[in-house]
Design a protein around this ligand. Structure first.
Ligand SMILES: N[C@@H](CCC(=O)N[C@@H](CS)C(=O)NCC(=O)O)C(=O)O
Length: 260
């Protein structure tokens, strides 16, 4: 398999976590979002939405949408299973993953793009910006690029984005508490078994751990705190390489970016 992804992208991280859990070897192809490689015709042929990730499963056959890719991988390599056997719990898992896509990704995009893409995008001339916009397939992302290049998100908008992102932690605390006997007993989002729900949430919690670590303190969200520690202990977590944004920024400044 060939994975076309970006190292810092939450959707890409989700797929890397899943591939690592399944121990599936793959060829990694990093897509540079700041150079709009995701809007190049070759990439659009793999994912018409112009976003990472895209997975080539056999030569010329591509999949996009991280949640769909993860479900495909769970069918392709059934061990270890990452979806609940019970149909009702499975449906709840899918609703949770969808919730993260709809409610957590948009605010994180505001925070991540402001940090990582804004300085480059602001330097584009009007003509360059127009040329780039013409290649973006969706109105939603054209608008996002216009914002980052010309109308940077205000501090108030970023604070609101963080508030929305943190709703995930409250939601997860409730889910974990509902099937944990004590805060010290670690459990997963859908119960005793690790699942695609945990994989879907992990990249967002990884960012929250950097942006607002206090939210994940034992005294504030005890169950999410234990969950996050348990996720980081999984061998797949290291294999998926969720590098800290702070480290990447430092490496960029010193010109030694290992995950470019
Ligand atoms: N729902 C999609 C979201 C993918 C997505 O938004 N990817 C972002 C990075 S996390 C991206 O490619 N952004 C670049 C752009 O929009 O130009 C999925 O889960 O695969």
């Amino acid at each position: 398999m060939r994975l076309f992804h970006a190292w810092l992208s939450s959707a890409s991280r989700r797929v890397r976590l899943c591939l690592a859990e399944k121990n599936i070897p793959y060829e990694s192809h990093a897509v540079d979002l700041s150079k709009q490689e995701q809007h190049a015709p070759e990439f659009l042929a793999m994912n018409p939405d112009g976003v990472v990730p895209a997975l080539e499963i056999t030569p010329g056959r591509f999949l996009h949408e991280s949640s769909t890719i993860c479900e495909y991988l769970d069918d392709f390599a059934p061990e270890p299973p990452l979806r609940p056997m019970d149909a009702y719990v499975l449906a709840q898992m899918r609703n949770f993953v969808r919730w993260t896509d709809e409610k957590s990704l948009p605010p994180l995009l505001i925070l991540n793009w402001s940090l990582m893409l804004q300085s480059t995008a602001q330097q584009w001339s009007d003509q360059e910006l127009q040329d780039k916009l013409a290649r973006i397939p969706t109105a939603e992302r054209r608008e996002a690029w216009v914002r980052i290049a010309r109308k940077p998100y205000s501090e108030e908008e970023k604070a609101d984005a963080l508030r929305k992102l943190l709703l995930l932690v409250d939601k997860m605390e409730g889910m974990l508490a509902s099937h944990s006997t004590s805060p010290a007993s670690s459990s997963w989002l859908m119960g005793a078994d690790y699942s695609l729900a945990d994989i879907a949430a992990a990249p967002f919690i990884a960012r929250i751990a950097e942006i607002d670590p206090g939210t994940l303190a034992e005294s504030v969200h005890p169950n999410v705190c234990q969950w996050w520690l348990a996720i980081q202990r999984r061998p797949a977590f290291a294999a998926a390489r969720l590098q800290l944004f702070g480290e990447v920024l430092q490496e960029r400044q010193s010109g030694t970016n290992a995950t470019a």
